[in-house]
Write a protein that binds this ligand. Structure first.
Ligand code: ZN
Length: 552
């Protein structure tokens, strides 16, 4: 416990030394606006910059989705790591040596074991002719074999476990259990974004089925893993562009040929979780699946997910019916770059797919229907109208019929806005004013209490503000962060004006409540009736004196 506390202190010191704007700029393009920096949020599908970073306060906050915190929260969120790992990452980035500390977490132990096995398998690969020959035959060079740390799993692991004193019950928790799945196979370690081995994939060298076997779901979350993300991350961040392929070999071969921003979804089912991880690092995605039927169906699903996440989506069609690895091996880097350059956007791609599908139809209706579905996906109104015009031109259907068809679909989709929580503007305004003006607040502090807040969230925040919490605890509250990052400063005059309106509104509300109760009360209950009358009298007096004070 003592040691971890040391780490915490170290982390606080480190936080003072680094520039949060510089750090976050590696991931997000930030522009100065007022005192803060703004950019597109990497954590939600953001259209207008709602992601704010304050150098002065050392905080970030998204006004769209509410995430935020200090630089460690950012690293934890963007890299999907825990606090300890986030400190390590920041220390490394800042070139600061990290003091020794103890991690007893089981997860850390599993990562360590995975690392030990990965090194062991790497060594075995180079001693195994059959496996090396296979890789050479596929065209892999030593450079990428070591970059991706490919390995070979022995027939028997028990000697190694004994030698390293790894207990069977611990081994069971690793991604190599049951080992029978991996023995005698080529091993592809799977890394997370910061380079820890989270799982393994074993490929047969003997044409056994299945060709690839992955670690079990207990340690390894396949839907959140992207093969090659660690090796590709820096290159992706350069232009915030990523090439998404199906296979392990595709990734490795593309990297070997200089397309280092490629990752694999490990099969054709690209998941929303994988998409979210990529969205932290990229804004444009090139979907580049194999040209077989599975690949085309997978492409359509993947582009739906990518569009939901607001990626700029391009679909790469590989000619000659080749897989990406075969294509780049045969035609080289430059011609692959040409494919990327010419890759159509979603509308163009889906349009040509629809044309292909309906090319032998007698009626134009099925084609029109499919094209209308494409137009419906377009959020930008001008672009949508342009496509509608093209549909009319292509199919000879009148534009207004197409337009009506689209509108009909839209109506159903409209969300019920009334469900959205109604925010109390005045309460927020007042809270924001006291957060920014502690001096003015101290003057009126005793005149109000938490009951003045009718909105629970604001009442909670007020309670926090008035209970002497430290700044970093307060900063955990997203509304608080939002407020201190707002740029507007408030003069004394404005502050007291907000306060008067806030207090008056409270008094009026209380008065209303009392009147309502008097109306509804059983008149026989004289005691209660008199009590309420007295209350009403008091509150009216308060209001009067308060209004009077305003005039002074
Ligand atoms: Zn956000």
């Amino acid at each position: 416990m003592e040691k971890v506390r040391d780490l915490y202190e170290f982390a606080e010191e480190l936080r003072e030394k680094v520039d949060i704007v510089e750090y976050i700029s590696q991931y997000v393009k930030l522009k100065k606006r007022g005192k803060n920096y703004m950019g597109l949020c990497p954590f939600h599908p953001d259209k207008n910059p709602s992601f704010s970073v304050s150098r002065e306060k050392g905080l970030f906050h998204c006004f769209g989705c509410g995430v935020g915190g200090n630089i460690y929260h950012f690293i934890m969120k963007i890299e999907g790591v825990d606090f300890v790992k986030a400190v390590e990452i920041l220390a490394k980035w800042a070139g600061v040596e990290i003091p020794k500390y103890k991690v007893s977490k089981e997860k850390g132990e599993i990562f360590n074991l995975h690392e030990i096995f990965t090194s062991y398998f790497e060594k075995l690969l180079h001693e195994n002719k059959e496996a090396m020959n296979y890789l050479k035959k596929r065209g892999l060079k030593e450079e990428v074999i070591s970059k991706f740390r490919l390995g070979y799993a022995p027939e028997d692991i028990s000697f190694f476990l004994k030698e390293k004193k790894i207990k069977p019950e611990i081994f069971k928790k690793t991604g190599l259990y049951p080992f029978s799945h991996f023995r005698g196979r080529l091993i592809f370690p799977i890394f997370d974004t910061v380079g820890r081995v989270i799982g393994f994939s074993g490929r047969t060298l003997k044409d056994e089925e299945p060709k690839y076997i992955n670690s079990g779901e207990s340690v390894f979350k396949k839907r959140e893993a992207l093969y090659g993300i660690f090796q590709a991350k820096d290159s992706i961040l350069k232009n915030r562009e990523v090439v998404l392929v199906e296979g392990y070999m595709d990734v490795i071969m593309l990297h070997q040929n200089g397309i280092e921003n490629s990752v694999s979804s490990m099969g054709t089912s690209f998941t929303i979780d994988q998409g979210r991880i990529l969205k932290r690092f990229a804004d444009r995605i090139y979907i580049c699946f194999d040209p077989d039927t599975g690949g085309i169906a997978g492409t359509k699903r993947a582009l739906d997910i990518a569009e939901t996440l607001n990626f700029d989506v391009r679909i790469v069609k590989i000619p000659e019916n080749l897989d990406p690895d075969e294509y780049v091996l045969k035609n080289g880097k430059e011609s692959f770059f040409e494919l990327l350059k010419d890759a159509p956007d979603v509308v163009t791609f889906l349009w040509s797919e629809a044309e292909k599908l309906h090319k032998n139809d007698e009626s134009a209706v099925p084609l029109v229907k499919d094209l209308i579905e494409i137009a419906k996906r377009i959020r930008d109104e001008a672009k949508r109208f342009e496509v509608i015009r093209k549909i009319a031109e292509r199919t000879k259907f009148p534009e207004d019929i197409i337009l009506n068809e689209i509108k009909r679909g839209k109506k159903k989709k409209k969300r019920d806005e009334s469900i959205l929580e109604q925010k109390d503007l005045l309460e927020r305004e007042f809270l924001s004013a006291i957060v920014k003006n502690e001096r003015f607040f101290s003057i009126i502090k005793d005149e109000i209490d938490e009951n003045y807040f009718f909105t629970e969230r604001y009442r909670n925040l007020y309670r926090k503000i008035t209970s002497n919490l430290t700044k970093d605890v307060l900063e955990e509250d997203s509304i608080y962060r939002e407020m201190i990052l707002e740029d507007n400063e408030i003069s004394e005059e404005v502050f007291f004006d907000i306060f008067r309106r806030f207090k008056l509104r409270y008094l009026m509300r209380v008065k209303e409540k009392i009147i309502k109760e008097i109306d509804e009360i059983d008149k026989e209950d004289e005691e209660r009736f008199n009590y309420l009358k007295l209350k009403l009298f008091e509150i009216e007096k308060d209001i009067k004196s308060f209004l009077h004070k305003k005039e002074v």
